[in-house]
Write a protein that binds this ligand. Structure first.
Ligand SMILES: [Zn+2]
Length: 247
């Protein structure tokens, strides 16, 4: 290999390490960057704070199922946006960095983190089963980290991205209105998710366990381009503003 090629290879490697390590962290709009926990393989669970620390708290989780990572495009866009007044936004690009790195649904223990949360937890499957719920409720370090973080920040609203059903389930009261507004802004239809058995689900844990906390899942489609990700990022800020004005 010629020397110039070696230099190029090192530069490319360095860039990819940096971009994998510091998702959006360069944005001047981020006021706080926090490591909220570590994955089994030692990857950082990162959270970025933006906007008004005294405002209504909204949290966005880009990825929980590692092979459903289109939400990363949305969190990448979010950290570049000016946050409207009165909104305290926390962005967690991925709560499953090992799954994201491996492009697999579960974490490095093959646990489906969206069956591992400590509300309505039930045994489900064994290691290798796609919805394996883990050996016990909140057994996984990634789940524990998010539970502790959420208990601390007490979000009024959480948005959890998945793929690829292209639906948002209907909700009730203000939460239902926020879901509908998100649906209108992005074109993702409101439709009930049916057929599955849903235990240990993160959004359900948040809604039922944290005080006055709303949460919903956005099932993105199979693909998402940058322009669509911008629409979604703006939809997050729109419904955060609706929530602020409702309070
Ligand atoms: Zn999912």
């Amino acid at each position: 290999m010629r020397k110039s090629k070696v230099v190029l290879a090192v530069a490319v490697l360095l860039c990819s390490v940096l971009s994998a390590d510091l998702v959006g962290a360069q944005s001047p709009l981020i006021s706080e960057r926090r490591i909220i926990g570590q994955s089994i393989e030692g990857r950082a669970l990162e959270a970025f704070r933006m906007g008004d620390p005294k405002g209504v708290t909204v949290v966005v989780i880009g990825v929980i199922h590692g092979n459903e990572d289109a939400g990363l495009l949305i969190t990448d866009q979010l950290v570049t946006l000016e946050i409207p007044k009165g909104i305290n936004l926390w962005v967690v690009p991925t709560m499953n960095p090992d799954g994201t790195a491996r492009d697999q649904r579960g974490n490095a223990n093959d646990v489906d983190l969206n069956r591992n949360f400590p509300y309505n937890w039930a045994k489900m499957g064994k290691p290798g089963y796609w919805q394996y719920a883990g050996p016990s409720r909140a057994s996984e370090p990634e789940t524990k980290a998010i539970v502790a973080f959420m208990r601390e920040i007490k979000p009024a609203l959480g948005i959890w991205y998945h793929q690829d059903l292209n639906i948002i389930s209907p909700g009730q009261g203000l939460e239902g209105k926020l879901r509908s507004a998100y649906s209108r802004a992005t074109g993702i239809p409101i439709k009930r998710i049916t057929g599955g058995r849903y235990t240990g689900v993160a959004a359900t844990w948040q809604r039922t366990t944290l005080p006055k906390s709303m949460a919903f899942v956005v099932e993105l489609g199979k693909t998402l381009n940058v322009d669509q990700a911008k629409v979604h990022a703006n939809a997050v800020l729109n419904i955060a503003s609706l929530l602020r004005d409702a309070g």
